[in-house]
Design a protein around this ligand. Structure first.
Ligand code: FCB
Length: 447
């Protein structure tokens, strides 16, 4: 069957500043929380750091040429806040502005639509030591930064996202395995609330600018959890917790329905973790956006017995390994949930989807990524089905153009359609790069 997508469907690829730019200490850039966190022993796989990564800061023309040759229609990237404002506030770094001007101009010259995220997890370290997202002043810090971005690049970027996957801020403050590495759930909940206010205030600011060609939204990932044994009370509870209390519900409810869900409010009250909420916050967070960016990777089936087994193995110092099954159909369910439960009535973009490979010295094996092609094709068939149901999805971005710095995983996971040789910085196309070029050219694929 031919899976055909609309002529104007925005086929893209995504990256983020901290993961691809490198040049971490060049041209006046200040350190971000990931530069600092990665230097704490044991935090990043193999003790690696994001100082150079793919060096896109110097090699962006090469990457744009690669995209152009693939027929990529849109590039999703993020701004590094500490490259623009090394201290997070105060002096603007002209070299930072100049870099993104050059990069965006090069994209446009090549007919590639810029899709930019203001915040993809890399808070300036100077702000973290003042409390970071837990300090309500972050609303001023963030809107000041957003204002600089909009004044410099407002009309040149067609799609603006305030935040990428805000749950990462929770992970970094409640579980500690992302930067800044704290383990304080109460503080984490305050951070998320303040972050959502930053989002809403930025949308208001954006509206005041009256930009003619630009749209604004937010990117929230959804990893839907399901009970492995429907009807099993423990499984049901775990899945509910992972969706509503520690997952997408934290964001989607206030963004699209207004306020936190009753269940989340009850949970936070019981645990004495209700954040400080100022009058009007929920209206601000609920400010209407132009599009919603969905990052989708997989659906997860929670099995209480399996989780206990995992905990026991890990407690005994063992390494629990169980590759999760692929659930591409979960994308279809998520898209329906967005429209039916959360009443999302703005266009949706799949702003990330991809599959990792474990790093291996066998480069030939990595280049032959048929598994990735199969996975993405399956995802796209479910996307196609949801679109046939009438759900408005306007684009799809593969994570990622090239292998890059995968946060706590360092360089041990390779998500790229191009193999990155971190010694020579060469980008070598994998089989999926050719596959994606054909999908774009043919507006779909046959399967
Ligand atoms: C997402 C992140 C992105 C990348 C992919 C693999 O959660 O937004 O930066 O790490 O996962």
């Amino acid at each position: 069957m031919k899976y055909e997508f609309p002529e104007d469907f925005l086929w893209g690829t995504a990256t983020a500043a901290a993961q691809v730019e490198g040049a971490a200490f060049e041209d006046g850039r200040g350190p971000s929380i990931w530069d600092v966190f990665s230097r704490i022993p044991g935090k990043i796989a193999n003790g690696t750091v994001p100082d150079v990564t793919c060096d896109q800061y110097h090699l962006f023309e090469k990457d744009i040429e690669i995209m152009k040759n693939m027929g990529i229609k849109s590039y999703r990237f993020s701004f590094s806040w500490s490259r623009i404002l090394p201290e997070g506030t105060g002096e603007v770094n002209p070299a930072g502005i100049a870099y993104y001007k050059r990069m965006i101009a090069c994209l446009k010259k090549n007919g590639i639509v810029p899709n930019a995220t203001m915040y993809h997890w890399d808070l300036p370290y100077a702000l973290q030591i003042q409390g970071g997202f837990g300090n309500r002043e972050v609303v001023q810090w963030f809107t000041n930064y957003a204002n600089i971005l909009l004044d410099n690049f407002g009309e040149d970027v067609e799609l603006w996202a305030t935040f990428n996957e805000p749950i990462a801020v929770y992970v970094g403050h409640a579980y500690g395995f992302f930067a800044p590495g704290l383990k304080n759930e109460k503080y984490a909940r305050q951070c998320l609330h303040n972050l959502l206010v930053c989002h809403g205030e930025t949308v208001k600011l954006f509206r005041k600018k009256n930009l003619e060609h630009a749209k604004i939204g937010i990117v929230v990932d959804v990893w839907p959890h399901y009970p492995a044994r429907p009807g099993n009370v423990e499984d049901e509870e775990i899945a509910f917790y992972n969706n509503e209390i520690a997952g997408y519900g934290i964001f989607l409810h206030p963004l699209f329905l207004h306020g936190y869900s009753e269940e989340l409010l009850a949970y936070m009250k019981e645990k004495d973790m209700t954040p400080q909420i100022c009058e009007g916050d929920f209206d601000t967070i609920h400010e209407r956006i132009d599009f919603y960016g969905l990052n989708f990777y997989n659906g997860i089936y929670d099995d209480a017995d399996e989780i206990k087994r995992k905990e026991e193995i890990e407690k005994a110092g063992g390494n629990y390994q169980n590759k999760p099954e692929a659930h591409p159909e979960a994308l279809y369910q998520v898209l329906h949930m967005l429209v039916e439960k959360y009443k999302v009535d703005v266009p949706i973009y799949i702003t990330e989807n991809g599959l990792p490979q474990d790093d291996s010295p066998d480069v030939e094996k990595l280049l032959d990524d048929q598994e990735r092609i199969d996975c993405l094709e399956q995802i796209l068939t479910w996307l196609h089905k949801a679109m046939a149901d009438g759900i408005l999805v306007k684009g799809y971005y593969v994570w990622s153009l090239l292998d890059n710095f995968e946060w706590s995983g360092g360089y041990t996971f390779r998500f790229g359609m191009h193999y990155t040789d971190y010694e020579t910085l060469e980008r070598i196309p994998k089989k999926s790069a050719g596959w994606y070029r054909d999908v774009i050219k043919d507006h779909g694929f046959t399967r």
